[in-house]
Ligand binder design. Structure first.
Ligand code: SF4
Length: 402
């Protein structure tokens, strides 16, 4: 498919909207009352610190809703206002946050059902309204919806669209896109649908494996098995790694994306020499500012003397997991939770570990005076962060009375 031509024709269609419907002022009040928090504003005003009883809270200086997420949620609310009676669908969670997705369902915005491993678009009728979430949708999904005559409201974050433009550029000059991301993540699925030849690497270790293959060759079968789910159809490592460009899932660790970019630049330099480098390597900066700011704020926060960290965000939120990883690497006891209900009682918390498994930790709040670092992923409303902080204060106050 000529994805660029399809996107162009979609954007000119009267059934397509990516700018909202002019109800910003009305939904702004609603969003403020549902998602914002006076307590969080107070902590911001107090230089990101608040002490109550035995607990000192230290908030990261950048956390929570990024502008891309805020924009997507606001557009979804506007869509409901603009189409009060139409059936509204969304191709995926609008963002990775359970409370926001629950609100969508209360507003009668339905998720496209999944049959087996695939979405069942047969439920969507002509004239229905379909929202594409902040991390986008694959070009194939867009085409199905366009062909059905649906009204498409595209909330894809412009940073994600920038990555799509980058892989389009690679495709045009016949480069393979090396995408730093998780092959199953919806954003990476969408990005790879716009790419020509692509290979998805999860981390620096996988990137190093590919770089070694470029320099020394290797076991082709092993390569294809390793990346079986993470490359374009018909990918041939002996043919398709001669010219590469870098792209990324916008929520990966930015340092790692940069290191992967530099690794492939060095690799191509070694293989082809400085004069030929530009014919074999392309890199554009597609790291999202919001992800970068949240990671930088976390790096600053973990420099303080913290007894523990609480990282708040959806369990399938990639950028939240990255924040958790930073705490883990510093050896700080860190608990990734998605809602306040995970704090089950005075001494017990249910949390997601880096390996994806849930665990219950008892006696997670030490006795006496403690300093708790708090941050949240880009999909987490301030209200959820407030609930967690209030719960920690309450648990410690109760413990102090016993
Ligand atoms: S994290 Fe960045 S790319 Fe993702 S929605 Fe927010 S602003 Fe956009």
């Amino acid at each position: 498919m000529d994805t660029k031509a399809f996107k162009r024709s979609l954007q000119h269609s009267e059934n397509y909207n990516r700018k909202g419907f002019g109800h910003q002022a009305e939904v702004a009040t609603q969003l403020q009352s549902e998602y914002q928090s006076n307590l969080i504003q107070e902590i911001r005003d107090r230089n990101y610190t608040l002490q109550r009883g035995d607990v000192t809270i230290r908030l990261a200086q950048a956390f929570g809703f990024c502008w891309g997420v805020e924009r997507a949620v606001a557009m979804a609310y506007e869509t409901r206002q603009h189409f009060p009676t139409e059936h509204i669908w969304i191709t995926n969670e609008i963002i990775h946050n359970p409370s926001v997705n629950q609100r969508m369902q209360e507003m009668k915005v339905d998720f496209i059902p999944i049959e087996g491993k695939n979405k069942d678009f047969s439920v969507v009728g002509t004239g229905d309204v379909v929202i594409l979430p902040a991390f986008g949708a694959s070009v194939q999904e867009m085409q199905i919806l366009h062909d059905k005559g649906c009204k498409i409201v595209d909330t894809t974050c412009p940073w994600v669209s920038k990555v799509w433009n980058t892989v389009e550029k690679h495709k045009k000059i016949d480069y393979t896109s090396i995408i730093h991301g998780k092959y199953k993540h919806e954003e990476t699925v969408a990005t790879s649908s716009f790419a020509g030849k692509y290979l998805i690497v999860l981390n620096l270790q996988e990137a190093q494996y590919v770089a070694d293959y470029i320099i020394n060759g290797g076991n082709r079968e092993e390569f294809l098995t390793k990346f079986a789910k993470a490359c374009s159809a018909g990918f041939d490592p002996d043919r398709d790694l001669e010219r590469v460009g870098i792209a990324n899932q916008t929520t990966m660790l930015k340092d790692e994306t940069e290191q992967i970019g530099k690794l492939f630049e060095r690799t191509m330099l070694q293989k082809y020499g400085p004069i030929e480098l530009n014919q074999h390597f392309q890199s554009f900066n597609t790291i999202c500012d919001a992800t970068q700011e949240r990671q930088d704020a976390m790096l600053e926060l973990v420099e303080h003397n913290l007894d523990l960290m609480v990282v708040i965000g959806g369990f399938n939120s990639s950028n939240t997991t990255q924040l958790q990883q930073i705490a883990f690497e510093r050896g700080i006891p860190s608990y990734h939770i998605d809602t306040v209900e995970r704090i089950q009682s005075g001494d017990s918390i249910e949390h997601r570990q880096l390996n994806g498994q849930l665990a219950i930790t008892k006696n997670w709040l030490p006795d006496g005076e403690i300093v708790v670092g708090i941050t949240s992923g880009a999909s987490t409303p301030d209200k959820v962060v407030e609930d967690v902080i209030e719960k920690i204060f309450a648990v410690k106050a109760t413990a102090a009375m016993v």
